[in-house]
Design a protein around this ligand. Sequence first.
Ligand code: ATP
Ligand code: MG
Length: 395
Amino acid sequence: MERVIMIKYGELTTKKGNRNFFVKELYKSIMNKLDGYNVNIFKDLSRMYIEFDNNDLDKILKRINNIFGIHEYLVAYKVKTSEETIKETVLDIIKNEKFDTFKVETKRSYKEFPIQSVEFSRIIGGLILKNTESKKVDVHNPDMLLNIEIRKDYTYLYTNYYYGLGGYPNNTLGKGLVMLSGGIDSPVAAYLAMKRGVHVEAVYFEAIPHTSLEARNKVIKLCEKLAKYTHNVKLHIIPFTEIQEAIYKTADEEYVITIMRRMMYRIAERLAKRRKCLALVNGESIGQVASQTLTSMSVINNVTNMPIIRPVACLDKLEIIDISKKIDTYDISILPFEDCCTVFVPKHPVINPVLDLCIEMEKRFDYEEMIKKTMSNINTLTITENDKTEFDDLL
Ligand code: ATP
Ligand code: MG
């Protein structure tokens, strides 16, 4: 019997005018993720069907489990639409199923099929009862729910289904630039933005020799984890040492972090424009540290007009940690290498910074010149799920 993977879109179907576009992008995502497998993919407005090699099934399902925009997926038997064939298939299916109670549910989208759904379920239920011993129908909580979807040429039969990740397909909402430190919060922020259809590129600020190559490696590893949900992740590495040292030398100590973050935002905005990203994404969470009070956030935010998406702004740390464990970034994030925020952290960072003071302190060095220089020294890596990192233009 032929089996196919059936994909259901869920939330996509509420996007009436854009449905075709969303389905097309989802199709692209699936093609990308199943690159290298011998598959045929067919789509209509509510479903996709994937024909596969039996040997690959587990690996393919694992990949599908990481594709945004999929509401449900399942493995169905695909047979010719005829009463006799369907009956034979049902008898085959129940041989492999363990159950005491069952229910049959028929959907008949092919209205010319001569038997109505309810009646057909009743007929198939009778067939199962006749061919088994001591099985019972339970319409409320059956051990086995046998679904029969009758379409024009083919009928699909299945008992189990799995929930997909939901969300919108990769890239349907445009591109965002995620500020990715090695910490717990920003990879979670990236994941949540991706879930809403934002294709992310990542930017990482490093201050070698104050930060180590291990810290950079951590960020690369995090990108590999994020790449599971997309085709690949571009990581832009910003040499931040000169700017950071200048801030450290010239700014009042309690303002060092505030000004550093304003510089990061300035650079991130320019990079985002260069890369045609429509928004910045970061892992700020209200109140978590001194630079994330509302006053701090507004003073820091003041240097840019770009939309800033903060997916974890209103989550508790424990909620963020939960997600980071689920997406498998937690163990990488807690590795002890310091990033450039922790190296230069003052004893008493300002909680309520004053904008005018920031502007005045920033006049103490020629940051425009330094930013320009930095912008011409960015290293970009293309990171894939399989560790096949390609070095685009690494110095
Ligand atoms: P995280 O756990 O993500 O490191 P955090 O709680 O340590 O966050 P901060 O260090 O204040 O908080 O950083 C807030 C956000 O700023 C980070 O979530 C990240 O988006 C961005 N950020 C901080 N440091 C860097 C860096 N070195 N490179 C890129 N982005 C950074
Ligand atoms: Mg951090």
